[in-house]
Design a protein around this ligand. Sequence first.
Ligand code: FAQ
Length: 328
Amino acid sequence: MYGNAYMTPEEAKAMAERPENEELLAEFEARIDRGEKIEPHDWMPSEYRRQLIRMIEQHAHSEVIGALPEGTWITRAPNFKRKLALIAKVQDEIGHAHLLYNAAETLGKTREEMINDLLSGKSKYSNVFNYPALTWSDIAVIGFLIDGAAIVNQVINSKGSYGPYCRALDRICYEESFHLKQGHDAMVYLATGTPAQRAELQEALNRWYRPIIHFFGPSDKASVHSNKLMRWKIKLASNDDMRNQFLDQYVPKIRELGVDFPDPNLKKNAEGVWEFSDPNWDEFYATINGNGPCNAERLAVRRWVEDHGRWVRTALMNPQQKYVMPLS
Ligand code: FAQ
């Protein structure tokens, strides 16, 4: 019935916009239970649409803001090979943002509205990008562990119920796998380098440990949206499950390199669940609500880019007119 080839576009639109009722909701949930993908012109509850826009938009903003800490290291990369790889990675992250904004736009919010909500501070983006990248080792840790964490989350989410988001994630995950390799290569180089390089890498791990634990969101007990998102298969694993999967995969990998997370209580219990010290959730909430170490700086950079790139966008949208690049 959905997306029926014999429907006119007007009929399809009317089908998609039918008012919410029990019968439609049951039919929608049955489709999700059968593992079918929901597509933009299918009927969906307004709360499903709202949750998807919230989550995909936050994800897109995270890719845009996520390019900033790494971007500042392009001119300072230790050699030409690392510089080339970092340029390509930063470019990929911006490409991911485009794919994700496109997916969110299929749900009815325009890209301009999303960018405005980012710049005004209304929309969130990932906590991890509000911390500074102080040394080259921070770039190695971001490439290996933040990308690693993102892959764990995205591979799971890519099996979800909303077609355009899942297809964007499939492509993003391929590229993230390359990022992971460059991050791992940089980590191995530092971990097998001089004592000073190993010490710098360990210091970077010390700084990133808590933000990485926070990355997967609050504990399942404190998560606000998980139940609804999991019922509708927008999310296929809970925050704690994803965090556990990440620790399972990556703690052995960093220990193998002779470095470690700075937490004496980090260990796997008899049930296979990783235990860790209190990660200070107050810091997490302060950061995601705009009071982290770099929130103001990150948004200021994006506002500058928005203002200084406006003439390019205007020129592209009005090809018949002549535009002169402003001097300042
Ligand atoms: N940061 O009820 P829950 C990347 C908020 S991409 C900021 O548990 P939910 C690529 C949450 O929005 C990284 N806010 O939330 C890259 C909610 O606030 P709200 C981004 C967070 O949605 C790599 C509140 O807390 N990935 O790294 C965070 O069920 C390297 C309550 O939380 C995605 O966005 C956080 N970490 O689960 C780029 C993936 N966690 O909206 C460059 C898609 C929670 O009510 C370099 N998103 N909050 O005001 C998801 O899978 C989910 O949204 C979670 C959170 C798991 C992040």
